[in-house]
Ligand binder design. Structure first.
Ligand SMILES: Cc1cc2nc3c(=O)[nH]c(=O)nc-3n(C[C@H](O)[C@H](O)[C@H](O)COP(=O)(O)O)c2cc1C
Length: 196
């Protein structure tokens, strides 16, 4: 699989980090195209204590990437900005209300918004892991617009019945649900089996 991943400036950078780590480890994934919005860098610095743009991927992964390549959000000429690029889908985790609005209204004014727009026009899976609380009516309308255009609204709402020991495990199990949804079930995923 060839996937596109974006991290935007909503809270929940740990989710994005765990997604990138899971995709690096998954042998069914051959290439990950990664884009971080400018505003995500501030949130990543706040939440993960990682600062600076240099080597962001290695900092997030904890080691040098094997299959993930990063594109600047300003590079609207990147491969993933074109429908001719053979992508299997795009995940935005976390997805801010600003990025949701840009996608819902087809702005295509950044690489993230353009790649999402292309994903929708090519009828490929687009998973928007939105995060805000509470939602105002603009957020709700934009989620509806994006869903009508084919996106999956997959809010950053983790599960508790698996009794996660910490926020990293909570984020990891959430990521496993996202990956199962896109056809990449993960070996460590918690499965609810009440009859056992
Ligand atoms: C620490 C921090 C947490 C934030 N959390 C959220 C959030 O959960 N959801 C959201 O929509 N915006 C959040 N924001 C605001 C966004 O970063 C801001 O709207 C930004 O313009 C989004 O830009 P982007 O979509 O290009 O990344 C947060 C900002 C900061 C600094």
């Amino acid at each position: 699989m060839n996937l596109t991943v974006a991290i935007t400036g909503a809270s929940g950078a740990v989710f994005g980090r765990e997604l990138l780590r899971a995709l690096e480890a998954d042998e069914l994934v051959s290439r990950v195209h990664f884009v971080a919005s400018d505003n995500s860098l501030r949130v990543i610095a706040e939440e993960l204590d990682l600062s600076g743009r240099t080597d962001l991927l290695s900092k997030l992964l904890g080691n040098a990437p094997r299959k993930t390549i990063q594109h600047p959000d300003t590079n609207i000429g990147a491969s993933i900005a074109s429908g001719s690029h053979p992508s299997h889908g795009m995940i935005i985790l976390p997805c801010s209300m600003g990025t949701l609005a840009a996608i819902a209204h087809g702005l295509a004014d950044s690489l993230i918004a353009r790649a999402a727009d292309v994903t929708l026009k090519e009828r490929r899976p687009l998973i928007l892991c939105v995060r805000e609380t509470p939602f105002n009516r603009i957020h709700l309308r934009n989620m509806n617009l994006a869903a009508e255009a084919g996106a999956v609204i997959f809010p950053c709402i983790p599960t508790f019945y698996n009794k996660p020991a910490d926020s990293t495990e909570m984020a990891r199990q959430f990521v496993y649900r996202v990956l199962a949804h896109i056809g990449l079930p993960q070996p460590g995923a918690y499965v609810w089996k009440p009859e056992e």
